[in-house]
Design a protein around this ligand. Structure first.
Ligand SMILES: Cc1cc2nc3c(=O)[nH]c(=O)nc-3n(C[C@H](O)[C@H](O)[C@H](O)COP(=O)(O)OP(=O)(O)OC[C@H]3O[C@@H](n4cnc5c(N)ncnc54)[C@H](O)[C@@H]3O)c2cc1C
Length: 621
C-alpha cells in the first residue's frame, strides 16, 4: 500500500507507464477485402457510436480507422486517474502562440486512443440549456434543436441513481425522467462526497444560485449534482470503447484498425465523389487504401477533421495553396469558427478543512490504503471520484445577469461592434463566414437578454480551487495546415480574447468568485486569494493578473465548431444531413459540426449528436 501511495503522488507518470504496458497494439489484420460500405475516420467518441449503429445491420460492413490504440489500463479505467492528464493517450500538439495571452502556447488536449476524448476526459456528464441546442436549429438546421436531440440523450445513456446514503446525508437530487435507462453509456455518481461540500454548496445557494434538481433537464442554470461517465457496477470509466465497441467487437461486419493515421480522403478522378481513404500504419509506415461503397464518415474531432479535409484539397483556397495542396473545393468554412471554453483557474489558500477531504488521498496514507481496499472489494469510495470530487461533486452554471449588473449593455455591445474588428482575417475575405458569425452573434445577444443559457461555469470546489470557464466566447479560432509541413500536425489558433467582450465577461467572473469567497458560509476556511491575487483590483489589473499568472488558458478540452453545420450562405461546411458541401458520400459526425458551442462539457452532447447522425446516415441507405 505504501508503494501505491507513493505512486499516486506521481500520478501522471504512473498513468503514462501503465498505458504503455497495457496497450493492445492491433495492427492491420488480414481480413479482406479493403472495401466496406462505410469507412469511419477516427475511433473516438463519435466514431465508435456511429460504427456501432451502422454495423447493427449485418449486411453493412464498417471499418473504423484510429490513430491510437486500445488502452485498458488504470490510466483509462480508474476514475481517480482523472486527476492527471493521460498524455500517453493523447496527441502531442501545441497551439500557435496566442497574442492576447502574452504569446503563450498551450497543449491542445485531444485523445489519441480507442474511445478518443471519452477515454481521457474528466468524465463529467452535463448537458447544455434547451436554448443552446435550439440555437443550432435557428442557424438553419431543422431537427437539431433540444426536442430533436432529446430522444438521443436518452438513447445513449443508462443512469444509475446515487447511493441512498448520499441522498439522505447530502440531499443529492436527480431526475430519472431526463435520463436513459437502457443506453450504452453508463452514467453514475461517484460514491464519495467529502463533508465540506455541504458548506460550499450552502454558500452558493446563499449567493443566489438556485438549486437545480438535475443539470440534464435542459434548464441547468443553477447548482446541480454532477454525475459522471461511471459504470457503477465495476467502478470503472464508461468510455465510448467500453460502451459502444467492447460489447459488439466480435461482429464480423465491423473492423477496427488501430495505429493507423488517415492522411488523405480519396475522390473519383478529379471530382468530389468520395471513394475512400488512404491511411498509414505507425508500425511500419505501410499504407492501406480503404474503399467506401456508401460513405466516408469523418469522426476525427474538431482539430483533425478540418485538417484532414484541407490535406485532401477541401478548405480555404489560400491556406491550401500556401501549403502546396491542390485545391479541389474552396470551402473557407473548413477550419474557421473554431471554439472552446477558456478557463480562468483562480485559487485560494484555505485552512480548517474537515477530514477527509480530497487531499487526504495524497497526504494520509491510511485513508488512501483503506480507500483502495474499498475500491477493490466494492468498487466504491474515493477511487470512483477524482476530478469530480475536487469540484464538490457539483457544478454551477450562470446566466450573465447573475454576474454582471450591466449585462444588457454587454449584450447590446455584442451586436453594435463592427464584427470584423475582432475576427480572424479570413472573415474579411468571405462574406458568408461573416454572415454566419453575425447570425450567431444575434442569437448570443438574445440568449444573454433572456437568461436562457449560461455564460459562466463555476465549480463549487473544495480545497480552494475556483476554476471558472467562459461558456459563450465570441472570439473565434482557426485550424489550418502548416504551410511548412502540411503532412505534420495542424496549426491550432485559439485566438482567445480576440473579442474584448470575452475579457469583459471574464472580469465579471473573477469579481463574482471573489464575492463568493468573501461569504460568511465559507469564512470557516479563512480563504486567501492566491491566484491571480488580491492585488489585481481594477478591470485592467484583473485581466493583466489572469494573463501574467498564466491561469487563463484557452481550452477546457472542448474543441468544436471548425466544420460548422450551417447553410452555405452562412459559411457552413455541412448541412443538417451532415454531408460536406460540394462533395458526394462524405459526411462529418464529430464535434467540428457544432455551429455554436453549448454551455456545457461536450461528451453527453456528442453521444447524442452521434446517435442522431447514425440514424441520418442509415436513412439514406
Ligand atoms: C482531456 C479532456 C478532458 C475532457 N473532459 C471532459 C469532461 O469531463 N466531460 C465532458 O463532457 N467532455 C470532456 N471532454 C470533451 C469530450 O471528450 C470531447 O468533446 C469528445 O470526445 C469529442 O468527440 P469527437 O468524436 O468529436 O472527438 P474525439 O473523441 O477526440 O475522437 C477523435 C478520434 O479521431 C482520431 N483521429 C484524429 N485524426 C485521425 C486520423 N487522421 N486518422 C485516424 N484517427 C484520427 C483521434 O485519435 C481520436 O481518437 C474532454 C476532452 C479531453 C480531451
Amino acid at each position: 500500500m505504501a508503494r501505491l501511495f507513493r505512486l499516486l503522488l506521481a500520478w501522471p507518470t504512473l498513468a503514462t507507464s501503465l498505458s504503455v504496458y497495457n496497450k493492445a497494439h492491433i495492427s492491420e489484420d488480414s481480413r479482406s477485402p479493403d472495401v466496406y460500405d462505410y469507412v469511419v475516420v477516427g475511433g473516438g467518441l463519435t466514431g465508435l457510436v456511429v460504427a456501432n449503429r451502422l454495423s447493427e445491420n449485418p449486411k453493412r460492413s464498417v471499418v473504423v480507422v484510429e490513430n491510437g490504440y486500445i488502452d485498458r489500463s488504470y490510466a483509462v479505467e480508474l476514475p481517480y486517474a482523472t486527476l492527471g492528464l493521460n498524455t500517453a493517450d493523447m496527441w502531442n500538439i501545441t497551439s500557435v502562440s496566442d497574442k492576447q495571452l502574452n504569446n503563450a502556447t498551450f497543449r491542445v488536449p485531444v485523445g489519441s486512443v480507442v474511445g478518443g476524448g471519452s477515454a481521457v476526459n474528466g468524465m463529467a456528464c452535463t448537458r447544455g440549456s434547451r436554448a443552446d441546442y435550439d440555437a443550432w436549429e435557428q442557424l438553419g438546421n431543422p431537427g437539431w434543436g433540444w426536442d430533436g436531440l432529446f430522444p438521443y440523450f436518452l438513447k445513449s445513456t443508462n443512469l444509475t441513481p446515487p447511493l441512498p446514503e448520499f441522498v439522505e446525508d447530502f440531499g443529492v437530487t436527480w431526475n430519472d425522467s431526463v435520463w436513459g435507462h437502457n443506453g450504452p453509456v453508463q452514467v453514475g455518481f461517484a460514491s464519495v462526497i467529502y463533508p465540506d461540500v455541504k458548506a460550499v454548496r450552502r454558500s452558493w445557494i446563499a449567493q443566489g444560485v438556485p438549486n437545480v434538481t438535475d443539470g440534464a433537464s435542459g434548464d441547468p442554470l443553477g447548482l446541480f449534482w454532477l454525475p459522471t461517465s461511471l459504470d457503477s457496477s465495476s467502478g470503472t470509466r464508461s468510455s465510448a470503447r467500453a460502451a459502444y465497441y467492447d460489447p459488439i467487437s466480435a461482429r464480423p461486419n465491423l473492423r477496427l484498425l488501430t495505429g493507423h493515421r488517415v492522411f488523405k480522403i480519396l475522390f473519383k478522378n478529379d471530382g468530389l465523389d468520395t471513394t475512400g481513404v488512404l491511411a498509414i500504419s505507425h508500425a511500419d509506415n505501410s499504407t492501406v487504401r480503404l474503399s467506401a461503397n456508401k460513405e466516408v464518415i469523418l469522426a476525427a474531432g474538431a482539430v483533425f477533421t478540418p485538417h484532414l479535409l484541407q490535406r485532401s484539397g477541401i478548405g480555404p483556397k489560400d491556406v491550401l495553396e500556401a501549403a502546396n495542396v491542390t485545391v479541389k473545393a474552396d470551402l473557407p468554412a473548413v477550419g474557421s469558427n473554431f471554439q472552446d471554453h477558456p478557463v480562468a483557474a483562480m485559487a485560494y489558500n484555505i485552512s480548517n478543512q474537515s477530514f477527509p477531504n480530497p487531499s487526504s488521498m495524497v497526504l494520509n496514507a491510511t485513508f488512501n490504503a483503506t480507500s483502495w481496499d474499498e475500491y477493490l472489494q466494492n468498487h466504491t469510495g474515493p477511487y470512483t471520484g477524482g476530478r469530480v470530487t475536487g469540484t464538490g461533486n457539483s457544478l454551477a452554471l450562470h446566466p450573465l445577469s447573475r454576474l454582471a449588473a450591466n449585462y444588457e449593455a454587454v449584450a447590446t455591445n455584442i451586436t453594435s461592434q463592427n464584427a470584423l474588428d475582432f475576427l480572424p482575417e479570413i472573415y474579411s475575405r468571405n462574406a458568408s463566414l461573416l454572415r454566419g458569425f453575425e447570425a450567431q452573434r444575434d442569437i448570443l445577444r438574445n440568449i444573454i437578454l433572456s437568461n436562457s443559457s449560461s455564460c459562466c461555469e463555476t465549480h463549487p470546489a473544495l480545497g480552494g480551487g475556483a476554476a471558472m470557464s467562459l461558456q459563450k466566447p465570441l472570439s473565434r479560432g482557426i485550424i489550418s495546415l502548416d504551410p511548412a509541413n502540411p503532412d505534420g500536425l495542424p496549426l491550432v489558433r485559439y485566438n482567445t480574447l480576440m473579442n474584448p467582450v470575452d475579457a469583459e465577461v471574464l472580469i465579471a467572473m473573477v469579481r463574482y468568485a471573489r464575492e463568493h469567497w468573501a461569504r460568511p458560509e465559507v469564512a470557516q476556511f479563512s480563504p486567501v486569494e492566491n491566484l491571480p491575487g488580491a492585488q489585481y483590483q481594477t478591470d485592467e489589473e484583473i485581466l493583466d493578473g489572469l494573463i501574467a499568472t498564466g491561469i487563463l488558458t484557452p481550452t477546457n478540452a472542448h474543441s468544436s465548431g471548425s466544420c460548422a453545420m450551417m447553410p452555405a450562405e452562412l459559411g457552413g461546411c455541412v448541412g443538417p444531413d451532415l454531408l460536406v458541401y460540394g462533395t458526394q458520400k462524405l459526411s462529418i459526425v464529430d464535434a467540428s459540426i457544432l455551429p455554436l458551442i453549448p454551455g456545457t462539457h461536450l461528451q453527453m452532447t456528442m453521444y447524442a449528436v452521434a446517435e442522431k447522425a447514425a440514424d441520418i446516415i442509415k436513412s439514406r441507405a
